[in-house]
Design a protein around this ligand. Structure first.
Ligand code: SAM
Ligand code: SF4
Length: 330
């Protein structure tokens, strides 16, 4: 009989899993991928849907309650809707997705019908030309249509995520807040992390959450909304009662590692206990080597027990992980 709780040695209970279903993406965001071709994994190295089903079943039996499907771009892998339906059938309480929104307008109904409950859409500029420079695509209009489709669907309230990079899009803080108010959506700002393929990250490119708060609050007074301890975002509503919400995610300037309840499964079947882990742990070879469910569960439990106490971005000698964001799954 399996113990149904996952804990680490620092006393944190692990209830959330992010599953990357592909390391491929139809965008090349400057803070994530390189303009140069990268080496995606061979198809044979990527977990099959059957392997993903089996791992989800084992994780759920170990107490995982929230699963976020991500990538790469999750909507570029055929079959993702059926996978979501199977996650719901397993009894996962909260199934969500992070997407760049390019394929969302055409797929939104199918995602809702599959049982997807929540969605986060990335949007790094409200200016079409700048959006296209950041994502290296011509997709601004279609992403805006995707956001609209999500807002008109059962996935409401839509969450829109922007990664701010100093000198690139930090002039748009107030415009994004106005967008949240006009559209009645949750606008979340994520600090740029050292996970970009080109290794351009420096501390001076990070726009601190405190600055974003100060700037929005100067224009529209913000009131904090209580949040659960394990939530990554600090949440705010507009004091004047306007619709919309602001979320600030500050992994660099205000790390929330002490309350982290999350682990990640990469598309090639590696378990990562932190975005910044130095090493990852191979579940794929275990599965393909004939391990039983109990063996896999034992391995997962022992890896999670050793989850890092926190990331070391702010410590001298910090070295970014060799895997960049597109190969981890955000
Ligand atoms: N392709 C999907 C998307 O962009 O929404 C899902 C995968 S993407 C890796 C997940 C999230 O990671 C996105 O919100 C993206 O903006 C964020 N991200 C990527 N690189 C980042 C970085 N260097 N620092 C902070 N967030 C990053
Ligand atoms: Fe693709 Fe998402 Fe990375 Fe942009 S952030 S390159 S959309 S995986």
């Amino acid at each position: 009989m399996m113990d149904t709780m996952l804990h680490d040695k620092h006393g944190r209970q692990i209830t959330d899993l992010r599953i990357s279903v592909t390391d491929r993406c139809n965008f090349r965001c400057v803070y994530c991928r390189s303009a140069d071709p990268e080496n995606c994994h061979d198809e044979s190295e990527i977990l099959t849907w059957a392997e993903l089903d089996r791992l989800a079943r084992i994780f759920v039996a170990l107490g995982i309650r929230k699963i976020r499907v991500t990538g790469g771009e999750p909507l570029v892998r055929n079959g993702v809707e059926s996978y979501i339906a199977r996650l719901r059938a397993l009894g996962v309480r909260d199934v969500s997705m992070t997407t760049n929104g390019h394929l969302l307008a055409e797929r939104c109904d199918r995602l809702v019908n599959a049982g997807l409950q929540r969605i986060n859409i990335s949007l790094d500029s409200l200016d079409a030309a700048k959006f296209e420079r950041i994502t290296r695509t011509k997709s601004f209009d279609v992403v805006m249509k995707g956001i609209e489709a999500a807002q008109n669907s059962a996935l409401r309230p839509a969450k829109v995520n922007a990664v701010l990079v100093r000198g690139l899009n930090d002039d748009e803080v107030e415009a994004f807040a106005a967008f949240a108010r006009e559209r009645g959506l949750i606008m979340r700002f994520i600090e740029f992390m050292p996970l970009d393929a080109d290794r351009h990250w420096t501390r001076s490119l990070v726009v601190p959450a405190a600055e974003i708060h100060r700037r929005i609050d100067a224009q529209w007074k913000l009131e904090q909304i209580p949040h659960e301890r394990s939530e990554t975002a600090r949440k705010y509503r507009f004091a004047d009662g306007a619709p919309g919400e602001i979320g600030l995610i500050a992994p660099v300037t205000q790390p929330f590692c002490g309350f982290c309840s999350r682990v990640r499964l990469t598309a090639d079947g590696k378990l990562r206990t932190c975005l910044f882990s130095k090493e990852d742990h191979d579940l794929r070879d275990l599965l393909r080597g004939g391990a039983s469910d109990e063996d896999v569960a034992f391995f997962i439990r022992s890896v999670i027990n050793e989850k890092e106490e926190g990331h070391r971005i702010n410590e001298p000698g910090f070295v970014p992980p060799s895997r960049t964001m597109v190969f981890i799954g955000g």
